[in-house]
Design a binder for this molecule. Sequence first.
Ligand SMILES: *[C@@H]1O[C@H](CO)[C@@H](O)[C@H](O)[C@H]1NC(C)=O
Ligand SMILES: *[C@@H]1O[C@H](CO)[C@@H](O)[C@H](O)[C@H]1NC(C)=O
Ligand SMILES: *[C@@H]1O[C@H](CO)[C@@H](O)[C@H](O)[C@H]1NC(C)=O
Length: 690
Amino acid sequence: MALIFTAQMYSELKILLFFQCIFSTLSFISNHQIHPLDSLAPSELTQVQTIVNNSIKCSSSCQSLSYHYVGLYEPDKQIVLSWLSDKHLKKIPSRQAFVLARINFKNHEIIVDLNASAIISSKVHDGHGYPLLNFAEQTAANMLPITYPPFIESIEKRGLKLEQVLCQSFCVGWFGEEKTKRIVRELCYYLDGTVNLYMRPIEGITVTVDLDEMKIIGYRDRLIVPVPKAEGTDYREMMQKQPVNSPIKGITMLQPDGPSFSIDGHIVRWADWKFHLDFDMRVGPILSLASIYDLEKDEYRNVMYRGFISELLVPYMDLTEEWYYRTFFDSGEYGFGLCATPLVPAIDCPGNAVFLDGYFVSQDGSPGKLQNIFCIFERYAGDMLWRHTETAIPGKVFTEIRPEVSLVVRMVSTVSNYDYIVDWEFKQTGTIKVNIGLTGLLETRADIYTNTDQIKEEVYGTLLAENTLGSYHDHFLNFHLDLDVDGCENSFVKAKLQTKTATDKSSPRRSYWTVVSETAKTESDARIHLGSSAAELLVVNPSKKTKMGNNVGYLLHPGSVVNDLLSADDYPKIRAGFTKYNVWVTPYNKSEKWAAGTYLDQSRGDDNLAVWSLKNREIENKDIVVWYNVGFHHVPYQEDFPIMSTISNGFELRPANFFEHNPVLKVKPLGKVKWLNCSIECHLHFSSTS
Ligand SMILES: *[C@@H]1O[C@H](CO)[C@@H](O)[C@H](O)[C@H]1NC(C)=O
Ligand SMILES: *[C@@H]1O[C@H](CO)[C@@H](O)[C@H](O)[C@H]1NC(C)=O
Ligand SMILES: *[C@@H]1O[C@H](CO)[C@@H](O)[C@H](O)[C@H]1NC(C)=O
């Protein structure tokens, strides 16, 4: 969903800059050597702009050049790996950019080589769909209704004040239309006494804007229902009138001796982990080359080549004229990275966090900075990594405890009303845990109802407050997980837990379960509906075994399983493709990055994971990519009004016969901590013997 870039956001940015000064001692960025997977730096983005601009021999028509995406066109994996193995001898592979631009109202796909200062590939995409929207065109479209006489009349008819109306651009989806124009719908909200515009939708009006012509081409005012009242909708602290019963006192995590991680350029090192972190305006955080040091082998072992959120679908379940098309792709239509919010130190992330910036390009191709969009911090919440108390040995009691300390990389993307909290958490055990938190504001529908007793029709949601329906909807986030477990050639194994009947009459038991493993040969073997049967999903390296003879592997451990409930012939499902199964595996292909395709706005599902997977390519002992969906069915409850508390889902990647034994045996109890502002010295004993 669209973004309103307001002066308020800029003033908040200034506050953040102020915070930055305090935290500047924590800046770890040094003058680093460029890495082949580094996102394009601002100077490189400017170079892309110059090269592309110059290539379009500027006549009067050059006004219609607009940029929608610029990102690193990553070098081939083999080139990156060979650079890594011999980096002191080799040059960085050519730096290249992938550009999605609209030139004279056509979709252009351009690859720019920055080393050669030239365009090396340029084609017009004349298939379906359009690239992601940029901020400038959304802002321009958002201004149109309030100067459009029929809209002004509609606002007056409702007895509302025009200056309190705010509009946002929403993509329209695709529902079988033969021809499509590049259009958006403007949805308008009412402030007047609150900042929570999403609880005050102005219902019943459909405003259609042609983005190429930047004008309103369709208008319909179908019904008038009351705008829900402002009272009780404001979530700001200063607006809360009720006293708090028993407030929580100050609480923080202290690291008086500083953090245990380091950041060199984009490489983060912590405990035994090492990975590359970067930002992309479409997908947000990209984690690459995650590897873990194995003490026994005295080497870093590869786990994941690249992992990121490849797409995010949010379909609403409301069939009414103003709602049915709300089936949003937050990455491909709006830019999940582009919507990243500056994180507030000591609030969005704990006080021990450090912050990193990201870059995007604006409509004219010039680079813009997104300040403090990543934070990195060590998490310690008083939990145990492992423990045991041994009381069986006569005369002795042993207690051994190790603290659970992990490293978190966080980004928050505020896609209009929703805030998505993305956490990639690295654990000392070798586990990578991904958690998605949803919070922010529901998209609500205004209606006449003030009590559920009055409702005699399908309203597609929960009555949350007077005149306010919280609409049923889903969120499906698809993760692109290019695991390279101890090397590129891997296989995908389904280890099914099967119930067996006991036939051996010498045992009184009637049944047991055992593990029956199947290695997926082709893509069709690895399209998986979770939830129907118990299975462990593993990525193994068939040519690497532990000393015990087990294949070295990593386990994909799903969070709570959420299946897409829409019918197979419904448009959002066809367009997304990826929601047909929970898990997919494909052979690595550099151009298969975004699970629902490149051009999502009004896409038709002809270029997505489901289509690629139909090739049914071989995936056994190959360089493979796992695609996993994290889903949410959201049935709103009254507690979600006027703002919703965070709900979470995610998954883990856990070592499975990867190490010879428990790798955290060597973890030490926490060191002695000298509290900064405290006269007492606290000796933390996590290991004690009595
Ligand atoms: C490409 O440009 C980068 C940055 O200027 C440089 O470090 C690298 O050596 C160049 N690579 C090649 C293949 O010319
Ligand atoms: C590139 O082209 C855009 C669109 O025509 C224009 O707004 C911008 O100023 C140009 N920038 C440069 C550096 O040529
Ligand atoms: C890689 O993916 C693209 C896009 O799906 C496809 O056109 C191309 O044929 C694929 N290459 C291989 C080797 O499968």
